[in-house]
Design a protein around this ligand. Structure first.
Ligand SMILES: C[S@@+](CC[C@H](N)C(=O)[O-])C[C@H]1O[C@@H](n2cnc3c(N)ncnc32)[C@H](O)[C@@H]1O
Length: 279
């Protein structure tokens, strides 16, 4: 398509502004989505596309609207089975032993999209924590996309989304809510929801890290470093290393493992999946 081939200087500058703000690599991967978003927003505001780009470049709010429109938010419950198997069989039992005195766990899903990842982690915790003991679980779940955070906080999913869960987990942790005309909807059970606190956040923003006072036993950072440019990867890995407790774990996807080059983070080869331990 001819229009697709014209990457004019306004679009390039806008792409660079988004890259600088959100840590994303520039390039073809999200350009089509960006071009569609520019077209839609320019039409809505009755501006020509170049004028809209100039407006967006100088407006942090507009950059965030565009990020919400173009960001890839693909996710699933228990997306990486090896990770969750290791969590259930080894990592969570180890954490329970380590924190037996304070009975408190601090975990973070750094790019949680619409909530499937942190809720999967919360379900794994519910399955492992001794029912007779009163544990406090602080599971922070952040994402850049405000619309994803709103949807995640609601904790309501269509039958097709929870369909891949093991039947016993589906029955135990979801209740039928409603039908949206075509499909049944299910709510995440309140004990699971109560463990997760959602927050809209840009994990490439220095201000976010300035305000971050918590320390974590476990950080899941799946499928986000893959979109980042080299500086954003380096800084994010460094910042995560700084907020991990000694012995704490960073989890990433297989195709992101090569990005974890930090003297304090060592891969734990006893675990399947890609777990990096703070030494
Ligand atoms: C492909 S999804 C991954 C979701 C989940 N972690 C998983 O693996 O299933 C990538 C998510 O990263 C989020 N994201 C991208 N850049 C971000 C940033 N700078 N700060 C926080 N979240 C970001 C996107 O909004 C999107 O929801």
């Amino acid at each position: 398509m001819a229009a697709r081939q014209i990457i004019n200087s306004e679009v390039k500058t806008l792409e660079q502004a988004m890259s600088a703000r959100f840590g994303w690599q520039t390039g073809a991967a999200w350009r089509d989505g960006l071009l569609d978003a520019i077209k839609a927003k320019a039409e809505r505001l009755k501006l020509d596309e170049a004028a809209y780009c100039r407006l967006a470049i100088s407006s942090p709010g507009e950059l965030e609207v565009l990020a919400d429109m173009v960001s890839n938010s693909e996710t699933r419950f228990f997306r990486q089975s090896a990770q969750f198997e290791a969590l259930s069989k080894s990592v969570i039992p180890e954490l329970i032993g380590k924190r037996a005195n304070e009975r408190r766990l601090d975990l973070w899903s750094a790019a949680c999209s619409t909530g499937e990842e942190p809720y999967s982690l919360a379900i794994a915790l519910c399955e492992s924590l001794p029912a007779s003991e009163n544990w406090r679980v602080g599971l922070l779940a952040t994402d850049l996309r405000g619309s994803a955070i709103i949807s995640a906080s609601r904790g309501r999913y269509p039958a097709s989304v929870i369909g891949a869960l093991a039947p016993h987990l589906r029955e135990k942790y979801f209740t039928k809510a409603d039908a949206n005309g075509r499909e049944e909807l299910y709510d995440v059970e309140s004990a699971v929801r109560g463990k997760v606190a959602f927050q809209r956040a840009n994990i490439y923003a220095p201000q976010f890290w300035k305000n971050m006072k918590r320390r974590f036993d476990l950080v899941m950072c799946n499928n986000v470093l893959i979109y980042f440019h080299a500086l954003a990867i380096k800084q994010t890995v460094e910042r995560i290393a700084n907020v991990l407790e000694p012995g704490g774990l960073l989890i990433v996807m297989e195709n992101e493992a090569a990005y974890i080059n930090h003297p304090a983070l060592k891969i734990d080869s006893s675990l399947p999946g890609y777990f990096f331990r703070k030494v």
